[in-house]
Design a protein around this ligand. Structure first.
Ligand code: WTA
Length: 662
């Protein structure tokens, strides 16, 4: 105990769990891999500018090739500043010009099972984008004008984004699950002039009313002069004379060619609000040349993209994962991708496996939250499908519990596919920490190594590197091409939020991490998710991973409750796997389980067996609310929750268990 508290004083976050399983790249995978030379790490390190200039020239088609790489005026930077290009030209025209116009860009799978799928080729996508670009120009949109997009997962969404890119108009995509107020604020603060939306989006067999929500939002955003409305479900929606245009009236008659705007490398491609739950949303600004280079290379190398692959990133385009790995990365690489419109559990939990089987998907990329939902519904569902086309699996969005990683590897990957755990953020534009699947040994729960050229480390409060095995703050110590350049119209906050914690050369993403003896990174969640029990700083992810190792537990969330004796005490919530019934005995057993596996210090006040957990619309557990519950506060803003009713029940039950110790 004495030793432990001395260590605790030195380390920023205590690390009590040690996962030891290792999965080296399978030989068969290595022999066919796009990149299998470990020398790529040293190459990037030896000559960073040279590495990236060579990559951008080989991956992109520049109208004027850049001669400079990084120019760094901390905390700001530019990449390839003297280059001139167009993003949509790189995603479309050059593939068509090279004779690949007949290749499928998107295999669109509608949510309604009785509706026909659509295969959209690069040539068709180019023509659609040109028509939409011409329509936008007709509405007076020009280079630098912001366009808002509020749509479901339909092919017209990437068409709209690429049309903006074609004419140099930055887009602001707002996820279709957001409320009128959230949408209005995002449009107003970015000064969007046009809003592209649809009547309704399909979700779990019902229509989500996007157009009426957009109407409400527009009242809060006077900058919006016009709306373009796609008819999707056919619902009857009000159209405002003079402001609103049906897509089918405005777009099809336009010319199917459109001269792409030649923009400088640092021209703003888009702003996207971070998924964080802070009161005032932050809009990360991404620019053209560096971003496109970065997403193209990370997509190709990390996911091992070959010409005949069928790639599926199962995220929503409304989040950065969709921007980078459904739209810009894959299209730059000329890949074929699945675009699935609907809910992963509609009409049942087998939907994704059916799609993989039918289209012979080769790489599948999703989030831990969905993997946990699949675990909950049981392995017999994927086992009924032929998933042998899969060659690689990926995850993103949260730390993945080792048990969930191994389940994914076993039941979805057939013990055959590398699993890449990819760490990144809206701000980083693309993946920063992930295995290169043919080079780096995978470890369940670890995102392993920084991508070539990325400089990451783990530091303490003073910014001093911590020893291997010790927890601390993750920092990135030099720029990379895909990095956000600022926060839209709020550069001051860019500096104070991300570069003031240490110094202006050190990007602080807000996550805790540790490095093991091999130098591999283990992400510990947001640093605000750390609790202090009798002087020990415990990371919630460790408690959660331990609970998920218990056979009865499908999903777990840990938070801290105030405790008059120990300062804080863990409080855990769990969802059970199919076949297990809630009982007081099981709750007590789970509490002891943590005591045994991690140590008495981590034994929670209580484990509450719940029916559901509060999640944001992007599937992240909403820790701020769990904290409110545990601290006995009035519940904060619940508007970004998927199902606000969930928290009331949890609060009632937590109040019962905690009453005694408050
Ligand atoms: C978390 C999503 C652990 C992290 C691309 C980060 C992860 C935040 C991982 C960004 C991972 C994302 N392991 N944590 N592989 N990937 N995160 O902006 O806390 O929606 O800061 O971007 O998600 O979320 P965002």
């Amino acid at each position: 105990m004495g030793d432990m508290s001395r260590e605790a004083a030195e380390a920023a976050i205590d690390v009590l769990l040690q996962e030891r399983r290792e999965f080296p790249p399978p030989a068969e995978f290595v022999s066919q891999a796009v990149v299998s030379d470990p020398g790529v790490y040293d190459q990037a390190e030896a000559d960073l500018d040279g590495f990236w200039l060579e990559k951008t020239r080989s991956l992109l088609d520049w109208f004027q090739e850049p001669t400079t790489g990084l120019e760094w005026d901390p905390p700001h930077c530019t990449w390839f500043a003297d280059g001139v290009l167009n993003v949509s030209h790189n995603c479309l025209d050059r593939h068509v010009a090279a004779g690949r116009g007949g290749k499928v860009a998107y295999q669109f799978v509608p949510e309604p099972v009785d509706e026909e799928e659509r295969a959209i080729t690069y040539a068709e996508l180019l023509a659609d984008v040109c028509r939409m670009a011409n329509a936008l120009r007709g509405l007076g949109v020009g280079k630098g004008d912001v366009v808002g997009i509020y749509m479901g997962m339909v092919p017209e969404l990437p068409v709209a984004m690429l049309a903006c890119a074609r004419i140099g108009a930055p887009h602001v995509v707002v996820f279709g699950g957001f409320s009128a107020e959230s949408l209005g604020e995002r449009l107003e603060s970015t000064g969007a002039r046009v809003l592209i939306t649809q009547d309704e989006a399909w979700r779990k067999g019902a229509g989500v009313p996007l157009k009426t929500t957009a109407d409400e939002a527009a009242k809060l955003a006077p900058s919006v002069e016009s709306m373009v409305v796609l008819r999707r479900t056919g619902a009857d929606v009000p159209m405002q004379e003079g402001r609103d245009h049906w897509w089918h009236d405005l777009v099809p008659g336009q010319a199917d060619t459109c001269e792409p705007e030649r923009v400088e490398a640092e021209h703003m491609l888009y702003a996207l609000h971070t998924s964080g739950t802070t009161a005032k949303p932050k809009a990360a600004v991404h620019t053209s040349g560096g971003y496109l280079t970065y997403v193209a290379l990370t997509h190709r190398w990390i996911f091992d993209i070959h010409d005949d692959d069928v790639w599926w990133c199962a995220a929503d385009i409304g989040w950065v994962t969709g921007h980078s790995y459904i739209v810009y990365g894959p299209l730059t690489n000329g890949a074929t991708g699945i675009l699935y419109e609907g809910d992963p559990m509609f009409p049942g939990p087998e939907r994704h496996w059916q799609i993989i089987e039918q289209h012979k998907v080769t790489q599948y990329y999703t989030a831990p939250t969905l993997i946990r939902a699949f675990i909950k519904s049981g392995p017999d569902i994927p086992e009924r499908h032929d998933l042998t086309s899969l060659r690689l699996l990926g995850t993103v969005g949260e730390p993945i519990n080792p048990e969930a990683w191994v389940w994914y590897w076993k039941y979805i990957g057939g013990e055959r596919c590398p699993v890449v755990d990819t760490w990144w953020q809206t701000e980083t534009g693309g993946i920063l920490i992930s295995p290169l699947p043919a080079i780096v040994t995978q470890k369940p729960g670890s995102a392993t190594r920084p991508f070539p050229g990325i400089a990451a480390s783990v530091v303490d409060d003073q910014g001093k590197a911590v020893e291997p095995g010790k927890g601390g703050y993750l920092v990135i110590t030099r720029p990379w091409p895909g990095m956000f350049r600022t926060l839209y119209r709020d550069d001051e906050r860019y500096v104070s939020n991300y570069f003031a914690r240490f110094d202006e050369r050190t990007y602080f993403p807000g996550d805790g991490s540790r490095q093991d003896e091999d130098g591999d990174f283990w992400l510990l969640g947001r640093v605000d998710d750390v609790m202090n029990v009798s002087g020990h700083r415990l990371s919630t992810i460790e408690l959660e991973s331990t609970l998920v190792e218990h056979p009865a537990v499908a999903e777990a969330a840990a938070t801290a409750a105030p405790d008059s004796f120990t300062g804080q005490t863990p409080l855990c919530f769990v969802l059970l796997r199919a076949g297990y019934e809630p009982s007081d005995e099981l709750a007590a057993e789970l509490r002891e389980w943590i005591g045994q596996k991690i140590g008495k210090i981590a034994r929670p006040k209580a484990v509450i067996i719940a029916d559901d957990l509060p999640k944001t619309r992007s599937g992240k557990i909403m820790r701020r609310l769990l904290k409110d519950i545990a601290e006995g506060h009035e519940l904060g803003d619940t508007t970004t929750l998927r199902d606000p009713a969930v928290v009331d029940d949890l609060k009632r039950r937590a109040d019962e268990v905690l009453a005694a110790s408050r």
